[in-house]
Design a protein around this ligand. Structure first.
Ligand code: G6P
Length: 617
């Protein structure tokens, strides 16, 4: 959601913080700010907009164009160097995304600055209490209350860490926060409850961030703070309960390289990402999958009577793909549900059901809360998570890591593919401890192994898809039609188009068309119809004919040899094992959404109003 950075060391903190914020901008991007200390004063600079706007504002300041917005001196030629500071990029929850509400927030005296991710649930009450005590609140945010609370506790002889601990006793909600105090310039205090926070350990310098994306360029040694931890960080030392680990990512994973945007880069990374997800997990000897992380022996696997996938957005649609796979391959009843719905409807938690919490980031609050609800009720829950060390991964304890590598674009592509592939392996494993034959198992093992190259073949045909995208980019609405295996893919395809191009799209099961939506079909309503070469081929062909008969343009995505001129545009995909075909069908839909968005000039990696990981309700 929002991004946090902090630095303490010998370097000039401002460029370090700005660079960190830039690498976190994908998480949230409606305003940004930073606070540094030099000459014993807190200097806060904030702006609505993006990190580049903040950079511009700071350079205006140092060039002497004062705008009255910083707390400190803005004389042109100052070479004063701040060696400690904190920064934030925001995605608004409490209060409009304007300059006043941007972080850092300070107390009245301008002594303490705070950046915060998460949400303070009793903020209204705290703000009222502060107002009653005569504190003038400058912003509409929950975070500002924290700054005042900490200042009130930061009396004589009290360490900053102790003041933060005391202040947090009044607070209900989630937070990852970093606190800077001009009276304790040689330290930063960090605290975490629910929202991620990572320390980066340098040589005589320390970094703090809400995401390793901001750290990897400086260090691979990190500490993922645990929930409930409050710690003091100094340039040369830190004390945490959690232990340091080495991050398995390169700075290049977070850079665009030759690509214009991350979404296209990540689409093209899919063959390699998928190979990583499959590596070491396909077992030819027993024609099954090896998923050590789920930690269930064959007897336990056999006692599972139902599988339920929980996630949000694309992770939910991936879960739906997983449910189809589990039913087909393992013949176990399976379903998927948005994690938020699940947690709010007082779910019946069945001890014989395996619950799978699905999340790229491992941070989505609704999914995390669903996991906590499940654990409280004694449910058996495993994670399917991409980010190692994330809250959902830790909370589940066991599960399948997705190994997709860092995903930066808001629209999920490679993580979703790896989710679906992981669920195919889970389904295979569950099937093979039951009645699935070795021959049937081997068919899936080989089918999975073939997928990365098949995706490469599809990516090589990108230009044709881009051309189709350009032809249809003027459409104001689109239908995505699939059935059974194709249905979750259609939903994900519609979601992708909406997210990145802002074109209204709806997904329907092919069989449902005639029960209502057919009324909307005309020459201005293109339909993307998924036509796998499976036992439903004839039915899907007749769906296309129904749409054509009403004058609706059709884009067919197919592994079959369709009659010439059946559709207005045809995207051919390789033929996979039928159960695995959804993984291939999804890729052209990613490219279609991407190229329509590109044609419309959208900000593809940072769609309006969205954030990469939603750590609030
Ligand atoms: C946000 C993103 C979606 C994503 C969803 C779940 O809404 O915009 O692209 O699918 O969160 O994220 P997760 O990290 O839990 O997979």
């Amino acid at each position: 959601m929002c991004g946090i950075v902090g630095y303490i060391g010998r370097r000039d903190a401002t460029p370090v913080l700005l660079e960190g914020l830039r690498s976190l901008e994908y998480r949230g991007y409606d305003s940004a700010g930073l606070a540094v200390v030099y000459r014993n004063k807190l200097h806060v600079t904030k702006t609505a907009g993006r990190v580049q706007d903040l950079r511009d504002r700071l350079s205006d300041n140092t060039n002497g164009k004062t705008n009255g917005k910083t707390n400190g001196k803005t004389n042109g030629k100052t070479n004063a160097k701040a060696t400690v500071g904190i920064g934030h990029t925001r995605w608004a929850t409490h209060g409009e995304p304007n300059e006043t509400n941007a972080h850092p927030h300070t107390d009245t005296a301008g002594r303490i600055a705070v950046v915060h991710n998460g949400i303070i649930e009793n903020a209204e009450q705290l703000r009222d209490q502060l107002a009653d005590q005569g504190v003038k609140l400058a912003s509409d945010t929950d975070t500002e209350a924290l700054a005042h609370l900490i200042a009130a506790e930061a009396g004589e002889g009290v360490t900053l860490e102790e003041a933060v601990r005391r202040a947090l006793r009044h607070v209900e909600g989630t937070y990852g926060l970093v606190v800077l105090d001009i009276l304790h310039q040689n330290e930063l205090v960090v605290a975490r409850n629910g929202s991620p926070l990572v320390l980066g350990i340098g040589d005589g310098e320390m970094f703090v961030a809400s995401d390793v994306a901001a750290l990897v360029r400086h260090t691979k040694q990190v500490v993922y703070l645990g929930d409930g931890e409050v710690a003091t960080v100094r340039a040369a030392d830190y004390r945490t309960v959690s232990r340091p680990t080495t991050v398995d990512a390169e700075a290049g994973d977070y850079e665009l390289g030759a690509f214009a945007d991350f979404m296209r880069k990540e689409i093209h990374e899919q063959p390699e990402a998928l190979r990583r997800a499959l590596r070491g997990r396909l077992d030819d000897r027993f024609s099954t999958a090896r998923l050590g992380g789920i930690n269930l022996d064959p007897r336990q696997l056999r006692s599972i009577r139902q599988v339920k996938f929980l996630g949000c957005g694309s992770a939910y649609y991936a879960g739906q793909m997983g449910a189809v796979l589990v039913e087909e391959l393992a013949r176990i009843p399976a379903g998927a549900e948005p994690a938020s719905e699940f947690r709010y409807r007082n779910p019946v938690v069945d001890p014989d059901t395996l619950y799978v919490a699905v999340s790229q980031s491992g941070e989505t609050l609704d999914t995390l809360m669903a996991v906590q609800e499940l654990r409280r009720k004694g449910g058996q829950v495993i994670g399917a998570v991409n980010v190692v060390g994330s809250a959902i991964g830790r909370e589940c304890g066991t599960g399948v890591f997705l190994h997709a590598g860092p995903e930066i674009a808001v629209a999920s592509t490679k993580a979703l593919t790896n989710m679906a592939a992981s669920f195919a392996m889970l389904a295979l494993l569950l099937g093979r401890v039951r009645d699935m034959s070795a021959a049937a198992g081997q068919r899936i093992v080989s089918g999975l192994r073939a997928l990365p190259h098949q995706i490469e073949l599809m990516l090589a045909g990108e230009d044709e898809i881009a051309e189709i995208a350009r032809r249809f980019a003027a459409a104001e609405h689109m239908f995505f039609i699939g059935r059974v295996r194709g249905w979750p893919v259609a939903r994900e395809g519609a979601q992708k188009l909406k997210e990145v191009s802002y074109v209204h799209a709806e997904a329907y099961q092919a069989s449902e068309l005639k029960h209502g939506p057919l009324a909307l079909i005309n020459a201005t309503m293109p339909s993307v119809v998924l036509v796998p070469a499976d036992e439903l081929l004839a039915k899907n062909i007749s769906t296309i004919e129904q749409i054509k008969a009403r004058g609706g343009p059709v884009i067919a995505v197919t592994s079959a040899d369709l009659p010439a001129d059946l559709a207005d545009a045809t995207i051919r995909i390789p033929r996979a094992e039928p159960e695995l075909e959804p993984l291939l069908l999804n890729v052209p839909l990613q490219l279609l959404a991407y190229h329509i968005a590109a044609k419309l000039g959208r900000d593809i990696d940072k769609p309006r109003n969205l954030a990469k990981s939603v750590t609030v309700e």
